[in-house]
Design a protein around this ligand. Structure first.
Ligand code: ATP
Length: 311
């Protein structure tokens, strides 16, 4: 495995149980499902696989249980071209799990049981010093301990991306101010800015401004079928909207955000000098491919979707 890492991911790995229903159940309601699948997921692993499938040289720092699910996950990861030197098995916790319900109209609800992911600690950053020194882009999420994620972001000197998802109730403000790019979806943007909703481009632009006021260096708000909005503290008067790419058949939106982030990290690592707008447009194209296909990691596009003619 090569030493020069394009994208280093510090984050979670979960086994996803995805149940397909006609309509999401309301509180107290019981619905019958059409079928259920078991997949490899977790925001950290998903984003790493998304960047790797496009052709990035990736490394994953994550924790799995010593249970059978952890064994399955590790065997699967070994089939991919990802540096797994710092994937650790922990005896005291089960492998992380996610229960995902997907409706006919491609809406989803997700419950995550972190398990072994909660054992990712600041000392795991210290033991991977060489990776942190050599990687071009670091990508983190919040399915693992906030303290460890913050330490990882503080230690990294390249371009760092924090996908602040799931958004904790009382997020440490340094998680907003430390990463080069804070990337969140519309619900997380609403939560962070204490708005009822962020549904329109106007809402997103106002929320992005407020997040920059809170001290973020730059922010991307993903807006589903509307694409994404970007604002940087260095160009405050230009809030950029990058429209979503067209989708012929909407199959399953789960993993759209992870496809977007993996692609964003790939394009930033490979074309660091291009404007963020180009990176985001390339990420929209990969995410649109993912929502047109079922599953999470299975729905991520291959190297033919890397926008290698960006420059
Ligand atoms: P999820 O949690 O379902 O993985 P998310 O809520 O984190 O997704 P979204 O904002 O829904 O993220 O979607 C991420 C990106 O995926 C969008 O910025 C867009 O590029 C793409 N996308 C999502 N839905 C659609 C759609 N219906 N048509 C085209 N692109 C889409």
């Amino acid at each position: 495995m090569k030493d020069n890492i394009d994208v280093l991911v510090f984050g979670s790995s979960n086994i996803d149980y995805i149940t397909y229903v006609n309509e999401l159940p309301k509180p107290g309601e019981t619905v019958l499902a059409m079928h259920r699948e078991r997949c490899f997921g977790g925001k950290g692993a998903n984003q790493c696989v998304a960047a790797s499938k496009l052709g990035a040289n990736c490394a994953l720092i994550t924790k799995l249980g010593t249970d059978a699910l952890g064994e399955d996950y590790l065997e699967y990861l070994k089939t991919l071209e990802i540096n797994l030197d710092f994937v650790e098995r922990v005896e005291s916790m089960p492998t992380g799990l996610a229960e995902i319900i997907v409706s006919d109209n491609a809406e989803n609800t997700i419950i995550v049981l972190p398990g072994a992911n909660s054992m990712l600690r600041p000392k795991d950053v210290s033991r991977c010093k060489k990776l942190f020194k050599n990687a071009k882009v670091l990508m983190c999420q919040l399915e693992t301990e906030q303290k460890a994620v913050l330490f990882a972001l503080q230690q990294f000197k390249g371009i760092s991306i924090l996908n602040a998802s799931p958004m904790p109730k009382n997020i440490n403000v340094e998680l907003i101010t430390t990463p080069t790019i804070l990337c969140i979806n519309e619900m997380e943007a609403a939560q962070l800015t204490e708005r009822e909703q962020v549904n329109t481009l106007q809402d997103a632009k106002a929320a992005a401004n407020e997040i920059i006021d809170k001290g973020a260096k730059s922010v991307i708000i993903t807006m589903g079928a509307l694409g994404a909005v970007f604002l940087s503290s260095t160009e405050r008067d230009v809030c950029i909207h990058c429209p979503a790419a067209p989708v012929r058949f909407l199959a399953d939106t789960s993993g759209a955000g992870d496809a977007f982030l993996g692609s964003l990290a790939y394009h930033i690592a490979i074309f660091p000098n291009l404007h963020r707008e180009s990176h985001i447009s390339a990420a929209n194209i990969c995410a649109a491919y993912a929502v047109g296909h079922r599953g999470t990691q299975l729905s991520f596009p291959g190297p033919e979707y890397a926008q290698n003619d960006l420059c």
